[in-house]
Design a binder for this molecule. Structure first.
Ligand SMILES: NC(=O)C1=CN([C@@H]2O[C@H](COP(=O)(O)OP(=O)(O)OC[C@H]3O[C@@H](n4cnc5c(N)ncnc54)[C@H](O)[C@@H]3O)[C@@H](O)[C@H]2O)C=CC1
Ligand SMILES: O=C(O)C1=N[C@H](C(=O)O)C[C@H](O)C1
Length: 214
């Protein structure tokens, strides 16, 4: 397939380009904060950039009338409303975490949530590399939204950590901990590749990555 990346020079942009090249796909459109290079019209656009790029990403996808996969974090309710508007015209797949493990973890959290009453404390802790700008992580926010209670959130920005998320559930008598750790950015780019292979043939609509995996 011929695809485009917004945020191509970033850590995730580079990881996606590497995996997609191994799978035989061709990067024909690339954009970052400073440059835009278009060799050919892409069949889809992938955005892993920063929230500041969001309005322009929506405008580009609208103009090109191609599907969008978006993993950029820091998006808020108004941005999701815009993505859903865009999804009336093209297919949009969004997730704050494209790893398969976090999506399994999400299902486990929903299961645990069914057993909890007010007697349980819930804390979400996340650790990421020192260059990450947003806090708490998009994943921590996404996981917190699966719970009936508002959990406490803790963030660490340390060295080169690719992404670690831990959820502790404790009552006065016991502690349950669920944890996920990415060993590399391939954990995320693999999910993007799965999504890209499917989105090419999908009808317009707003889809979460968890729906694509099922
Ligand atoms: N959903 C997921 O599975 C994952 C999401 N992410 C998110 O992806 C995003 C990118 O992460 P990294 O690659 O580590 O960041 P990075 O800082 O290495 O790269 C950011 C990229 O965005 C570009 N950019 C910045 N402002 C822009 C603008 N106004 N217009 C166009 N391009 C612009 C930069 O030039 C750069 O290419 C972050 O929001 C991060 O939280 C990261 C990993 C996994
Ligand atoms: O910026 C990152 O690196 C990551 N960001 C995402 C987030 O904010 O949850 C996903 C992943 O943990 C890596």
């Amino acid at each position: 397939m011929k695809y485009g990346i917004i945020g191509y020079s970033g850590r995730m942009g580079q990881a996606i380009e590497e995996l997609f090249a191994e799978a035989g796909h061709q990067l024909v459109y690339k954009k970052d904060e400073k440059t835009t290079k278009e060799i050919e019209k892409p069949e889809l656009i992938i955005d892993f950039s920063l929230k500041e790029a969001f309005a322009e990403t929506v405008a580009i996808v609208k103009a090109k009338e191609v599907p969008l996969i978006i993993g950029t974090t820091g998006l808020e309710a108004a941005d999701f409303a815009k993505l859903k508007e865009l999804a009336a015209e093209v297919a949009v797949i969004q997730s704050f975490n494209f790893s398969i493990g976090i999506n399994i973890l999400s299902e486990l959290i929903q299961k645990v949530n069914n057993y909890l009453d007010q007697d349980w404390d819930i804390e979400i802790s996340e650790t990421h590399h020192r260059f990450k700008k947003d806090k708490p992580s998009g994943t921590a926010i996404m996981l917190s939204e699966l719970l009936d209670q508002n959990p406490e959130m803790h963030s660490k920005r340390l060295g080169s950590e690719f992404g670690e998320h831990e959820i502790d559930f404790a009552s006065t008598g016991e502690l349950l901990t669920l944890k996920h750790r990415a060993y590399s950015r391939e954990a995320f780019s693999k999910g993007v590749l799965i999504s890209a292979q499917k989105i090419i043939n999908m009808e317009p609509g707003f889809y979460k990555f968890s729906q694509i995996l099922k």
